[in-house]
Ligand binder design. Structure first.
Ligand code: UDP
Ligand code: MG
Length: 315
């Protein structure tokens, strides 16, 4: 059996509520493409019935379904990484399990790839998420554009298509915590974007808390840029020069006035102290982010652990 034209990789974490609807829409949409495809589900250590449901689906469509079962929760991006490891398609599309990315839009991505792009991202038209997430995501997209060289209009949209070469490049990285779309972008020769529809989560709830989202964005920025670290030292230099200058001005003023200290100096000192403590704490945290990444990296633990793979034995 030769490689399929298309692999669809779907990370699944506690999605029992939505899986039936996903199966019901995904397979007809893929059948309609008229291409040879496979679906690779990666169960990211779900604690609900997801794994059992994926097993049933594998039994229902064994010729086009493969299931990778993690033995714990390693996060969405590691699940996609494992999907990349186990898929065989010439092109690979990633998709969320919750039907927020309509599977019918896959055709649009593939058509864009046919124009010669090796990586096609997507932008959510009329994004259906709560207001604070839309707002925070816009702000993060803007910040990321400035800090890294990654140009993506909508970093959060996971409906994306990758060529085999990009998938292989991503698989060859050894990074422990990463952000797959950004990684793909940095390897792509000719990336493009298309607009896709976006829907509300079909069922179940978001697996991303505010904390997890902040973590993810730290990973994205510190994983692809050392600018925060450099900015911080630049800022440190600026602060030092300013305080030195202030010192000379204050001392000079005292000498000219011929007396001890003015009230405004004390007032200034309070504000400045708080400001500097804040900056120092932030800087410490920032250094911690990078040190943490190095620590994770040097441990060289496996990025994820696979419990079992459900796939049809090749003849
Ligand atoms: N997901 C995962 N592991 C996790 C968290 C999420 O595999 O630790 C999967 C989840 O099942 C879904 C996708 O990643 O298929 C996106 O998650 P979700 O829809 O909850 O994120 P949101 O759309 O709210 O950003
Ligand atoms: Mg979602």
């Amino acid at each position: 059996m030769s490689a399929p034209d298309l692999s669809v990789v779907i990370p699944v974490y506690n999605e029992e509520a939505v899986l039936p609807a996903l199966f019901a829409r995904l397979y007809p949409a893929l059948d309609a493409l008229g291409r040879r495809y496979e679906v690779v589900f990666v169960n990211d250590g779900s604690r609900d019935r997801s794994a059992a449901m994926l097993r049933e689906q594998f039994q229902a469509r064994p010729e086009v379904t493969r299931v990778v079962l993690f033995n714990g929760n390693f996060g969405q991006h590691m699940a996609i990484m494992a999907g990349f490891e186990y898929c065989r398609g010439e092109r690979v599309v990633t998709l969320d399990a919750d039907l927020q990315n309509p599977p019918e839009e896959i055709a649009r991505l593939l058509a864009k790839m046919d124009e010669g792009h090796d990586y096609v991202g997507s932008v959510r038209r009329l994004r259906q998420d709560v207001a604070w997430r839309r707002w925070a995501s816009k702000a993060m997209n803007r910040l990321r554009e400035r800090l890294t060289h990654i140009r993506m209009t909508d970093q959060g949209c996971m409906l994306r298509a990758y060529s085999r070469a990009i998938v292989d490049a991503i698989r060859s990285t050894r990074e422990v915590s990463t952000y797959i779309p950004a990684l793909a972008y940095s390897f792509a020769q000719n990336p493009a974007e298309v607009e896709v529809a976006h829907e509300e989560r079909a069922a179940g709830e978001s697996k991303y808390s505010l904390y997890k989202l902040i973590r993810l964005n730290f990973d994205l920025v510190t994983g692809f840029s050392v600018v925060p670290l450099q900015l911080f030292s630049l800022f440190g230099i600026a602060v030092s020069i300013t305080s030195l200058a202030t010192y000379f001005v204050v001392i000079g003023g005292r000498i000219v006035a011929g007396k001890g200290d003015g009230l405004w100096v004390i007032w200034d000192r309070d504000i400045l102290t708080f400001l500097l403590i804040g900056i120092v704490l932030f800087g410490l945290g920032l250094v911690g982010e990078y040190v943490g990444r190095i620590y994770q990296q040097v441990r060289e633990r496996p990025r994820y652990l696979v419990q079992a793979v459900l796939e049809r034995r090749e003849p």
